[in-house]
Design a protein. Structure first.
Length: 314
């Protein structure tokens, strides 16, 4: 397939691109900077287009001749109008031009934020109750995607039915090292702070239950591959690790990697029973289940290396 990816040089997108290339697909990527991941421009079956999502005419050109669209890039704003215009409106346009171009499969990257605060059972059937503009934007865009089943011929009258399959992935906390040499990593500042503290022998303290269901970009990319190669339609998948991991545990792992560390690492308060998203659907449908710890150690070590290099350069 020829697949158009927005955000193909970002945290998740670079691993999705690499995984799809390994499956033999042809990739077309939209990026704001051609120099962000130079390796893409040197690979076969990769076409890199410079631009941004607000260039609606460019999006229409990008989907031409493609079998699938994977929309990962995020449009941002500081108020409701900007979030609507920069993200939801862009996705609605991309859906429309993709359908008209004959695209067969469209995957939208949403977020756990679309469902809002944790409830009793947090599976794909949980209500959308966002509690911030980011979550509201994701929830609104999900509704546009799922409601885009046909056009209108007139007010109150249905027109042509939509042929394109439309599915949603809701990532949770996703981390990554650079996928290719001289690549890009959007590492959370908390990883950086832990690494800097360890390298500089500073003490660390954490709330005992502060953590999440970490998943790496390399792991989540496998779900994108399975979904884009499937015939599913109008499905939603939570994409998180199956294990709750605390920042305290991450700091202790970093300490083990630097036995010369002289500081102390503590946790305060009660850990309690963690609230977790249900991730059984991707296991039941695709046989995918991920323990984020499998890739966390590499990411911790990568951040330690970055902190060491920064210290030595001073």
């Amino acid at each position: 397939m020829r697949i158009f990816v927005t955000g193909g040089t970002g945290n998740i997108g670079q691993y999705v691109t690499l995984a799809l290339l390994e499956r033999g697909h042809q990739m077309r990527l939209l990026t704001r900077s051609l120099s962000r991941i130079p390796a893409w421009g040197q690979m076969e079956n990769v076409e890199v287009i410079e631009g941004n999502m607000l260039q609606l005419d460019l999006l229409e050109q990008c989907v031409q001749g493609c079998d699938a669209v994977i929309h990962i890039a995020l449009g941002w704003g500081h108020d409701p109008k900007a979030m609507l215009e920069n993200d939801t409106r862009v996705t609605a346009h991309l859906l429309d031009v993709a359908e008209k171009a004959g695209v067969k499969n469209f995957i939208y990257t949403s977020s756990t934020a679309a469902t809002g605060p944790m409830g009793r059972v947090m599976d794909e059937n949980a209500l959308r109750m966002p509690n911030d503009l980011y979550g509201a934007t994701k929830a609104a865009t999900e509704m546009y995607l799922l409601g885009f089943r046909q056009y209108y011929s007139r007010q109150g009258g249905y027109g042509d039915k939509v042929q394109m399959r439309r599915n949603i992935i809701r990532p949770g906390y996703t981390f990554s090292n650079p996928a290719v040499p001289n690549g890009y990593s959007q590492s959370d500042v908390r990883f950086k702070k832990i690494a800097q503290a360890i390298v500089n022998d500073q003490d660390l303290d954490f709330p005992a239950g502060d953590g999440t269901q970490f998943i790496s970009s390399g792991q989540i990319a496998k779900l994108y591959v399975k979904l884009v190669e499937s015939d599913l339609n109008e499905e939603i998948f939570f994409a998180l690790g199956n294990r709750f991991i605390t920042w305290h545990e991450i700091a202790l792992a970093a300490k083990e990697m630097m036995p010369e560390y002289k500081g102390t690492i503590t946790a305060h308060g009660e850990k309690g029973t963690p609230e977790m998203y249900v991730v059984e659907k991707m296991k039941n449908v695709f046989g995918l289940s991920f323990d984020g710890w499998d890739d966390l150690t590499d990411h911790i070590r990568w951040n330690l290396d970055q902190a060491k290099a920064a210290k030595e350069s001073k």
